[in-house]
Design a protein around this ligand. Structure first.
Ligand code: ADP
Length: 494
């Protein structure tokens, strides 16, 4: 059995006497993937001190040189894509095609971040005074704590770490307790690519222990977290208490709108992929399907038939489309929501229970589940379930569709299927979400585009894209006076 070590100051080690976290394959819980330590606060302190010590040299290294290391990391990720993709599948359960796709996302992110080494542009501006110049520089924030979820155990750390590193920050990274080995392998790649010791440190542990110690540590300047909205709120409050920057990427309750004139084939495929890909365990998963009344019945019949045909199982087996739920606790939560939906009066069209059958005996599998007759105000309409449960809502037209979509505390991703460009553009304008897809599912972000959401989903930041740099840099404004005299700004000379 593998032991997942911490990585501090360039050394792999396991803190003595730390309680153990056991990571298992959610598709077959008899398989232990690794054992990781639940690191105590003293270990977090060691990691933060290592990151602090590495900061001066790393922030002074010219960004194009930092970029060389990131580019090499991208190359190593590409060399190991198959093995890493398989590890993602074994440790978090998603089908191998998705595991490989996720590693590809990290490779793409390395390309994006490395290229930034030759940009990191600031601005120059004229001064209100003669013989004076105004300009801005991006500067690293300092030691950044990265806290990541289990559902994208390579891609999300890569979004955060690679942008943070190119900007000159040093890192303490705490992966999710369900996927520590993916965390180890990602950091191993960064180490082998040539990151100096202490620049990226890894500490395992639970959120309430190691995660909390990292968030509370005075030596950390910024926390970037992807997780549930509840977790984000707790972390943001602690960051306020200890004066840290904080970037939140939290929950979603994403909706796909299908209008009567939509191409029904791609709307159904989009809903299936959006709702049941990664067994619905993506922050961008489609959990509400808002359908105009004219197309509703046909769409529903075909959707339910297709959902029943999806192949469930161990993601390493060819053809598997829906994998397991990450752990028993989450499986129970999803099943509870299914009961809530029934009790609220929604109609269960398919699924609704644990999936059974050959190959499913030793994992937490839940059938793709579709409810119709869902109305605003129901808990299954409002709350993030993070499982393969889709709520279908019938509406009378575009206006009601948009109003229904926006009746939501979250605002991450959204989609509209229509052939009518006018309606599509009204939706693009009116939808309250960070991401809108026209004729595409709610999932499938590209790394060079900003990622994040409005309302309770986030706190105004966007990861990846160009905007990821804004999270991991502070602006420094510089005035250069070459007049040879004291010039006073803001003096009204008229
Ligand atoms: P998910 O819903 O994806 O399981 P969580 O919000 O539970 O997400 O966890 C996301 C990440 O946040 C994990 O790495 C977890 O350990 C961490 N975490 C959870 N609670 C806290 C906390 N109170 N302080 C710091 N980190 C936390």
């Amino acid at each position: 059995m593998e032991k997942a070590s911490n990585f501090i100051g360039g050394e792999w080690s396991i803190p003595e006497g730390a309680p153990k976290i056991v990571s298992v394959n959610p598709a077959d819980t008899r398989e232990t993937i690794c054992v990781a330590p639940d690191s105590p606060a003293s270990e977090i302190d060691r990691a933060v001190k290592a990151a602090r010590a590495a900061l001066p040299a790393w922030r002074r290294m010219p960004p194009p040189q930092r970029a060389n290391i990131i580019r090499r990391a991208g190359g190593i990720l590409a060399d190991r894509k198959q093995a890493l993709g398989e590890l993602v599948t074994r440790e978090c359960g998603k089908p191998l095609t998705e595991g490989l796709g996720e590693v590809q996302e990290a490779i793409d992110m390395a390309e994006l971040a490395a290229a930034e080494g030759r940009r990191l542009y600031g601005q120059t501006a004229p001064s209100e005074l003669p013989n004076k110049l105004c300009m801005t520089f991006r500067e690293p924030v300092g030691v950044c704590g990265l806290i990541t979820p289990w559902n994208f155990p390579i891609a999300v750390p890569s979004w955060k770490a690679l942008h943070a590193l190119i900007c000159g920050n040093t890192l303490v990274y705490k992966p999710a307790e369900d996927t520590p080995l993916c965390g180890v392998e990602f950091v191993r790649v960064m180490d082998e690519a040539g990151l100096p010791p202490g620049v990226m440190n890894l500490v395992h542990g639970y959120g309430e222990t190691a995660g909390h110690a990292l968030v509370a540590h005075e030596g950390v300047s910024l926390i970037s977290v992807t997780g549930s909205t509840e977790t984000g709120r707790i972390i943001a409050a602690e960051c306020a208490r200890t004066s840290k920057n904080v970037s939140l990427e939290c929950g979603g309750k994403n909706a796909e709108i299908v209008l009567d004139d939509a191409n029904i084939d791609i709307a159904i495929e989009g809903a299936l992929w959006g709702a049941f890909g990664t067994a619905g365990q993506r922050c961008t998963a489609t959990s509400r399907l808002i359908v105009e009344e004219g197309i509703h019945d046909e769409l529903l019949d075909r959707l339910v038939a297709s959902a029943g045909d999806l192949k469930m199982g161990n993601g390493l087996e060819p053809g598997v489309q829906v994998g397991p739920i990450i752990n028993e606790e989450q499986a129970i939560r999803v099943l509870d929501y299914i009961e809530i939906g029934k009790n609220e009066g929604a109609k269960l069209e398919c699924g609704g229970a644990r999936a059974e059958g050959p190959g499913l005996e030793h994992g937490q599998f839940i059938q793709p589940t579709i409810f119709t007759g869902v109305t605003r105000g129901m808990r299954i309409f409002e709350e993030e379930i993070f499982g393969p449960v889709l709520s279908v809502i019938k509406v009378s037209g575009l206006d009601e569709a948009i109003e229904t979509l926006n009746d939501c505390r979250y605002g991450l991703s959204s989609a509209i299927y229509t052939q009518d460009v006018n309606k599509a553009m009204v939706a693009v304008r009116e939808i309250e979400a960070g991401i809108v897809y026209v004729n595409g599912p709610t999932i499938g972000a590209e790394v060079h585009m900003p990622f994040g959401g409005v309302k309770s989903t986030g706190n105004g930041h966007r990861e990846a894209g160009m905007t990821g740099l804004d999270i991991f840099t502070e602006w420094k404004t510089v005035y250069i006076d070459y007049s040879g005299a004291l010039q006073r700004a803001q003096i009204d000379t008229n």
